[in-house]
Design a protein around this ligand. Sequence first.
Ligand code: XUL
Length: 556
Amino acid sequence: MAALPPGSLFLGFDSSTQSLKATVLDCNLNVIQLDQIHFDSDLPHYKTKDGVYRDPSDSGRIVSPTLMWIEALDLVLQRLSKSGLDFGKVAALSGSGQQHGSVYWKNGSSSLLSSLDSNKPLLDQFRNAFSISESPIWMDSSTTAQCREIEQAVGGAIELARITGSRGYERFTGPQIKKIFQKQPDVYNSTERISLVSSFMASIFAGKYASIDHADGAGMNLMDIEKKTWSKVALEATAPGLEEKLGALAPAYAVVGPIASYFVERYKFSKDCLVVHWSGDNPNSLAGLTLSVPGDLGISLGTSDTVIGISSDPKPGLEGHVFPNPVDTKGYMVMLCYKNGSLTREEVRNSCAQSSWETFNKLLEQTPPLNGGKLGFYYKDHEILPPLPIGFHRYILQNFNGASLEGVSEQEVKEFDPPSEVRAIVEGQFLSMRGHAERFGMPVPPKRIIATGGASTNQSLLKSIASVFGCGVYTVQRPDSASLGAALRAAHGWICNKNGSFVPIANLYSDKLEKSSLSCKLSASAGSDEVASKYGVMMKKRMEIEKRLVEKLGRH
Ligand code: XUL
């Protein structure tokens, strides 16, 4: 097998909701450089809040300006160059896109892509390239009607999950495309190509339309996850002439092509630098966390909180998502996704802990596990799992001793004291993850949990995860596993290309994992089995209350 050439570098990006990050790995898989563009503060003229626009006139509509992502790309390359990165050494690049978000290329834009002028910034050249200037993103929840229509057309929610890996979800790209087709047919008809955020960024680097990869493609309610082709019934249920606008699918480890001459001339990349297909941030995190056996669970604590694991024989159902594994030819990844992650924790921090994480952590640590039976549901944004609207719901469990639910009843209350509120949001989020992971068939208890994402640097949160799940929690050296995973996948794509066929990703790091930036360490030991079992009882009650809330308030 070919080895990574000495002196070569691999560049990974993460085009996420709030920022564009870049991570550079050397050929020993050590991070040598990082940079980040924060949309709200570095590009204030777009006037985004948390990288998005929340549309007050259309409930649940959440979008981001497509051009902002392009401007961020030019800016991050300039910053990397200023801090001394020799782009000429980059053998391959790849990236992560926030999943599900979509970009609509106007008729005629393919010739624009292939003829970029390296004397001009990217932004100037793409101003007229899109038929829609605001890309719908994963936070959008305005397509419930389209989800139900698609489910019905293919034979029901379970059938859609069986084919595509997920039932209809508002943020998934198929329902978003259907809404555009229904509400703005002219716009749909003037679109020659629809990209995901991932394939959109790859297209710019390659100077031609890049395929959607199998892992991110599974987040659209459009791909047959077994055959890894577009599903005819799902396409038909969504919009006419769609297959042509989506282009062919490709494995994540395949190469789109060499980098476009624009980047060779403007940033001095080598003309041999390969663009490896970009994928979703969660699939790339799976790669970056080196999750490899069923029972390894990844928990990403970011704008969205996600739980990811791997499975050789997944059973898609009404809960969670199944995607092909981006670094394997056979396996799958399974995932749960929560919209109310860091931003909601921050809201409670601001109202109960004087806007300070230090105070928040102190309050968390001074309250007992199980919170004296106080249980909370906190949705600052429309939640995905469960499908509930904005709202906070608080309960006190009467007669709760953690042994069984016999004689336990709940009383709804208006508020908790600040310390209880802090513990209630933290325990509530992790209990929900445990409950849904168990129901989705992820191994219980997990063998180990690897935590990542911005909030995984918070030791108090890690301790809570360890005690709710009853297993050790590990952390990687860097919390940004999506851009690290993308850089690793760039190296993987390079090796597969050199080899002329797929190479298991473990071959890249088997002899050097401990010495590389991919190594992980135990950050919180498993809590006591007794406490974990009491949390198990509390979790059952939580799932009961959640079911009732969904029946009463949920999106159907
Ligand atoms: C996953 C999802 C989010 C985004 C965040 O389904 O919607 O995790 O990928 O970038």
